[in-house]
Design a protein around this ligand. Structure first.
Ligand SMILES: [Cu+2]
Length: 121
């Protein structure tokens, strides 16, 4: 009875170990992306989905939070944030180029975070 319990436990630990290893490549991160509306949502999400290794992404216009799931063997969080900046949207780490931002639709020209003024990419 005792031995069978131990082997069941060992089996469980083994199975658990395998499942964690299998999903270890997918990273889920949530971070802030400045933006305004549904059009921003489309632009941001389209840019993120184009990044190789990104599985899913969702930006919330109310909370301004982007949740992304990606394979860290193929891409990094920095690459994802850079691709967002490239289409005109600021994150805490990467500021969008001013000329790209100024070409955004009028309703999409969000109030830029002043703390980012010194950061350029
Ligand atoms: Cu917009």
């Amino acid at each position: 009875m005792n031995t069978s319990r131990i082997s069941i436990l060992a089996l469980l630990v083994l199975i658990l170990g395998f499942t964690t290893t299998a999903s270890a490549e997918d990273i889920k991160e949530t971070f802030k992306v400045w933006g305004n509306c549904g059009m921003c949502k489309t632009t941001i999400e389209t840019a993120v989905k184009k990044v190789d290794g990104v599985k899913t992404c969702k930006w919330d216009a109310e909370t301004k939070m982007l949740t992304v799931k990606f394979d860290d063997q193929k891409t990094t969080l920095d690459d994802i944030k850079k691709s967002i900046a490239a289409v005109g949207y600021d994150t805490e780490e990467f500021r969008a180029p001013d000329d790209v931002y100024s070409k955004l639709h009028g309703c999409c020209q969000y109030d830029r975070p002043p703390s980012l003024d010194k950061i350029n990419n």
